[in-house]
Ligand binder design. Sequence first.
Ligand SMILES: [Zn+2]
Length: 448
Amino acid sequence: MPHLSLHDSQRRATVPFTPLDPEHVKVYYCGPTVYDLAHIGNLRAMLTADVLVRLLRFTYPRVTFVRNITDVDDKITARAHANGEDIATLTARTTEEFHADLAAMNVLPPDIEPRATHNIAEMQALISRLIENGHAYAADGHVLFSVASFPSYGALSGRDPEELVAGARVEVATYKKDPGDFVLWKPSGQDQPGWESPWGRGRPGWHIECSAMSHRYLGESFDIHGGGSDLLFPHHENERAQSLCCFPQGKFANYWVHNAMLLVEGEKMSKSLGNFLTIRDVLAQAPAEALRLLLLGAHYRSTLNYTVAGLQDARKTLDRFYRALAAGPVPQASVPQTVLAALADDLNTPLAIAELHVLAGQALAGDRAAAGALKAGAGMLGLLQEDPEVWFKGEASEEDAAIDTLIAERLAAKKARDFAKADALRDQLQAQGIVLEDTKEGTNWRRA
Ligand SMILES: [Zn+2]
């Protein structure tokens, strides 16, 4: 196995990955805030984590992957009010939809998926600890983290604390000692979710959730923390500050992995531009593997431009790969070194896909060992998981049986030298979007 290297956001360099304990690698990713369907920008982070964790599992004997669910947030409260439903109903439904969408995308579930609302006591314990050791203060029903108490604040995102304070000065709340201080706990009104605490009935700030859940399930030091680059500041900077101030002997995350953002047809995805695409929107147009291949076709640290043309190209690429599998038997094979080397080089998925193209070319030229390697290599990317027959024809249906009957009639017509009838049957099938391929072994068909 080639040695894994990763781009670490804090070291600002691609460095060899060395686990704290090679017998047990620990990974934490920030999960969704559950108030709406997941969009393809969310998916990019989940997919980056999926490829990373697949590779780690292939390399190390044990991996624990934790990805949280944020089920308390003001966006959730606002949406539940707007929908006229309970918060619990909204978060349960949205969590289920998130799971279903990720399963459709063949994103493997995390080992542990803690929910913020099940970890309020852990958050309160961390907040108390921060107050005791002088890194936080209670004021006006709030508890705030004191940025000035942590000299390394800004080291992860590379931002200058002075500059951050200047930026925050616009909206200085009266209870803040310093404009850059951020909320650990805030008071809840009657119509807001709240828990009793030493600082009154309230709810946690977002950042403390991840510090509490990563500590509970992975400890004071773990290997990799990941998420979208939009989380680098302030979310991850604040998580790091809280955790290192609570547990100064620990490292918190030893490597930070951030994926770049996604554009849709060259524009930033936003509700106002009307180009906001959920995973479901895309899956209504194309198979899940086409979306998966499209997203993995760009390196995770490059901006990805999602286009309809790109989605069609991804589908054609998969047609080629599946044709390579369908052309003969597919022997069992190990994952090819070329694919592993590409992924070990900071998850270079575009290079891994290029290697799959080479194998598909060899398989189409009759090399069945290459077909086995293609299947095994694609498996590392969570691709080529369908039966080729199903990929080309869709799930077997009554319609398939009708198509087979028409093909048999056409064959009978050809045998009887009734070419006019045979051509008419071919045209009829073509009008239904069925493409015929006559081979020595018989007639194959696929949907156009
Ligand atoms: Zn987080």
